[in-house]
Structure formats: C-alpha cells, structure tokens
Design a protein around this ligand. Structure first.
Ligand code: SF4
Ligand code: SF4
Length: 88
C-alpha cells in the first residue's frame, strides 16, 4: 500500500502583503504598454501585489509591498514587464 502524507495547503497568497517592503528592494519592475491584461503575473506574484486594473485592463504594481523578486517579469508571456536597479 502507498501512503501519501499531505504536508499542508496554502489557502491564500501574500502574507507579506501585511508587511511593507521598506528600503531593501534591489530591483524594481515596471509594467509597460505591452501588457494585455492576461493576469498571469497575478497568479505568480508571491506577494499578491500585482493586479490587473479592471478599468484599464493593465497590470499595476503596489510598490509598497513589491519585493522585487521579478517573477512577474520572468512569467509574463508578452514581455510586458521590465526591471531596473532600484534608485537608492
Ligand atoms: S502577465 Fe504580462 S501581459 Fe499579462 S497581465 Fe501581467 S504584465 Fe500584463
Ligand atoms: S517583482 Fe515579485 S513581488 Fe514585485 S510584483 Fe513582481 S512578482 Fe510581485
């Protein structure tokens, strides 16, 4: 018999949405005009801080909470997110 142990279930993303990023972020992403509003970045952001605005149909980043991991940039199928070093 095969036994499978379930270690845990993540019900909500973004516990860090309660903690502002502060000044330590190294990279900062920017959504460009190429955004198609597909929401793929939303589903990958570990902090739940990029959302497609239902009015503009473009992704918007809440920089108070974005950690600069650039997962959104890597996962966007339209290459609509660019990044640069954060100005310190
Ligand atoms: S994955 Fe890219 S195209 Fe899709 S909503 Fe996000 S930024 Fe826009
Ligand atoms: S850089 Fe990371 S934390 Fe910031 S919006 Fe993209 S996926 Fe989310």
């Amino acid at each position: 018999m095969i036994m499978v142990t379930i270690a845990g279930i993540i019900k909500k993303v973004g516990t860090t949405t309660k903690v502002k990023t502060g000044a330590w972020r190294t990279f900062i992403p920017t959504v460009t005009d190429k955004c198609k509003g597909c929401k793929i970045c939303e589903s990958f952001c570990p902090d739940g801080c990029i959302k497609v605005n239902p009015k503009t149909k473009k992704a918007e980043i809440d920089y108070d909470f974005c950690k600069g991991c650039l997962i959104c940039e890597n996962e966007c199928p339209f290459k609509a997110i660019t990044s640069k070093m954060e100005d310190k």
